[in-house]
Each structure stands twice: as structure tokens, then as C-alpha cells.
Design a protein. Sequence first.
Length: 277
Amino acid sequence: MKKYLLLFSALFVLAACNSGNNDSKDSTTKSTAAATEKTSSKVSTSSSESNSISSSNTSSTKTQTSSSKTDSSHGNHAMSAMDELQANYPNDTFPDPATISGGKEIGIAASEEQGILKVSYYEVNEETPFNDPALKKQTPVAEFQRQAFDSKETAQNEVGQTFDPNGQQVDLGHNITGYRSAGAGSSFLMWKEGNWSLAVRANNLEEEDPVPLAKQTVEYLEGAFLPVPHDAGQISLRVAKGDLQSNSVVWQNNQTVYKIMNADSMSALKMAVSMAK
């Protein structure tokens, strides 16, 4: 009987030990699984955060690139003063700014009142917007005008053609004869080319001679073409460089009169030539 009791006790103790070991194994397994789950969660969270940061950086880069392209595109499509002038008056022809003041940067302002379109040109240090208010503080170096009249006769009278063939004859070259006269402290040299009358004025008090500028003008116009007047045109030049009104090129196109003024004689001619079609 004692043998059976001892055997039963031994079996009971062995069973208890096995149960403890199994509980310990289960606990260890659960603990390991939990740790693995936490680690996986952290890795997943970290990966998600990394993807979010990467996505944010990519989005930021795209935004910066897009902004850069927009700025660049805006700059490439900015209109120059000349382009804006032409856009405002698409049916008109204007002088080439490069001919106005020896290739210097030119600012442009325009206004139209009582049927007279007036375009003023200014020397500037950098590209200036069309009709920039700062231009009003400066003196223009050239001007272009367009004015319409009620009749061709009125327009022709506005041109104010001047030609006197009674003066001293001067050979200006290219089979062109000029006529020299004097009066009021000045001497004048006049000639005609087609429907154009031309006159060069010199100051006698300054001992100026009109012949060199007259010959230079004839030579220049042999290779350059002026607008065709319908029906009258007048070119008035001065030997010495003066103010805006010193040199003018005026011509008629039916009921419309065009006028160019420039402080420099040859620049006035070049402005007119740039408008020939």
C-alpha cells in the first residue's frame, strides 16, 4: 500500500513540474510574440513616416520646380515697350527704336488726344515699361506723330513743303542739284527727290556750311528708301545738333500726316526709312 502511495505522489509531483514548464513555455512564447508584434509595429510606423516624409519632400520639390517654371515662363513672355505700343495701336506703323538714338536703350510713352497720336522716345539706362510715369520727368530725344485731317488738301497744306529753285546751284552728287540761298543769319540748301522736298539749314553766325550734310543725306538716300508721300513730303534738317524740333520728316498719306522729329539729323532720316514699306 505504501508503495502505491509513494508511486502516486511521485507521479503527482512530475505532473506538476510538467505543467509549470508548459506554462513557462507558453508565457515565453506569448512574450516573444508580443515583442515581435511591437517591433513590427515600430518598423511599420517608421516606414510609414519615412514614406510620408519622402512624399512631402517630393511634393515640395515638385512645387519648387513648378514655381521656377512659372517665373521663367513669365519672364520669357514679358512684352517690351515697343511690343506693347504696337499692341495698343495694331493698325499703325512706328519707327524702329534702334534708329532713334544710336542704338541706345529707349523708353516709350504714347498718348492720343483730339485725333493726334503722339509717341515720345527717351534715352534710358535700362529697359523701361511702356508709359512708365518716370519718363515724364525726362526730355524726349525724338517724337512721332500721326494726325488725320478732313481732306487731302488740308493734309497737304499741313506738310508745309518748301522749295526755292532760284538760289545758287550746288552739285550734290547722283545727278541731284541743290539750290543755295541765304537770309536772316542762316543759309539754306534745298532740292527735290520725287515727291519729297529737302532743306538743310546752317547758321551763318557759327560759320556753318550746309553742303556737307546735304551731300551726306543724298548719299544715304541712294541706298535707303523713304516712305512714299501721297502727295507731299518735307524733310528739314539742321547742321548743328539742337533740340527735339531741329530736324523733322513730314509726309502725307491721303488725309493723314505723319511727322518725325529728332535732335539729330541723320537719326531723323533713319527713323523715317525704318517705316518704309
